[in-house]
Design a protein around this ligand. Sequence first.
Ligand code: GDP
Ligand code: IMO
Ligand code: MG
Length: 435
Amino acid sequence: MAKNIVVLGAQWGDEGKGKVVDLLAPHFDIVVRYQGGHNAGHTVRIQDRQFILKLVPSGILCGKLAVIGNGLVVDPAALLEEIEALEAAGVEVRGRLRISNRAHVIFPFHRMLERITEARPGRPAIGTTSRGIGPCYEDKVARRGIRMADLLDRENFRQLYDALAEDKEIVRRAFQIGDPIDFAAIRARYEDYAEQLRPMVCDTAKLLNEAIRAGRRILFEGAQGTMLDVDHGTYPFVTSSSAAAGGAPIGAGVPPTAVHAVVGVAKAYLTRVGAGPFPSEALDERGEALRRLGAEFGAVTGRPRRCGWFDIPLLRYTSMINGFDSLVMTKLDVLDPFDEIPVCVAYRLAGREIDEMPATHRGLSAIEPVYEVLPGWRSPTTGLTRYEDLPQRARDYLNFLEERIGVEIGCISTGPEREQTVWRPGRKLPRLLEN
Ligand code: GDP
Ligand code: IMO
Ligand code: MG
């Protein structure tokens, strides 16, 4: 039995975390996001309604207390827009959302600054979501960022903001980027946002620690995926935060001992949005087929996602980094029509098999994937809910992955809806959820 668990992406994001968090949230009292910002797009389908959550934790949809932790970067305009859209759809948000007073604030000039890395010759374009995420985290670690608590403190805010604005103006001129910025107009707008957000902002670390002491259960919702983690991912083609499970206690303000189990969400194949190494990418018509069948287009930016085959060395690596207790395998149904399903089982570098993840971009790009080809099942699994109803070959595929990764697959998703889920008999995952 585990009380508090982290649910996070085991690959490059878009694994189906939104669905899985919505599925598991009824067992918990509070759902907390611990990193990232509105670069995330977590889709939850409930009957014929679809929600794409960006900053608000997915647990809000089943009536849980939702917390935006200190580890996030928050664009107030994007957050207010998201809250309004959810409330217009009948979801109560303002009464149930808490925002950390230590979360950092994204300003419009952060988006402008993103162009320095994204559009200058000689720098590799990361293919970011252009939300100003990276530059806001840069200000955070440079110790000049503005936090929610500063935004709410009018006098202090003016001073901090004016100093930050001056820095940005110098950079803008030096790099000759963008048009002149009306910094005063932005400040006035943010003073207005501050009043709208004020009732939801508090010391969420205190709130969470008190909740833990009172025996409440917490689900930590990861954004992005482990391979986009700023330390452990395919650097520099990563996001700017700690998406791995270790980011959860830091980004929520709870002790590491308050995290009792880690659940990884992995897609039955692989996708990546943006630039960077992708050893098992399928650049042929089968990659196209995965994109079409899996509707692999960015939930936030609409960009086509790059598609490829399940990568076992990658999963072994992210299992090592996160210590997965169990995996949820999503989008199995997307593989239904394939005659054959290649699986990357090993990496070679310069002709030799390697058992570690290269640290450099050059090393990562030089990986030669070794494939084993498994037979497809060629029958529909969409919406199946019982393990014994899955075709034998689909079960063989899952067993093959489970054995090679060395972590159980506790649950399988066969469609975007909550109910389209198979719980695997005898696995640990259901026990982790017991009260
Ligand atoms: P997240 O960022 O990890 O929450 O994932 P996204 O929401 O960006 O992308 C996952 C997409 O797959 C969404 O459109 C989901 O509705 C959809 N989805 C989730 N699970 C399944 C599944 O098992 N089968 C299919 N066909 N679609 C799924
Ligand atoms: P969810 O939570 C997939 C990718 C971007 C880019 C890199 C850096 O829905 O899984 P950033 O804007 O964060 O500085 O971009 O990270 N990226 C994601 N890819 N899913 C996401 O979120 C992502 N968030 C960022 O495409 O390659
Ligand atoms: Mg997504």
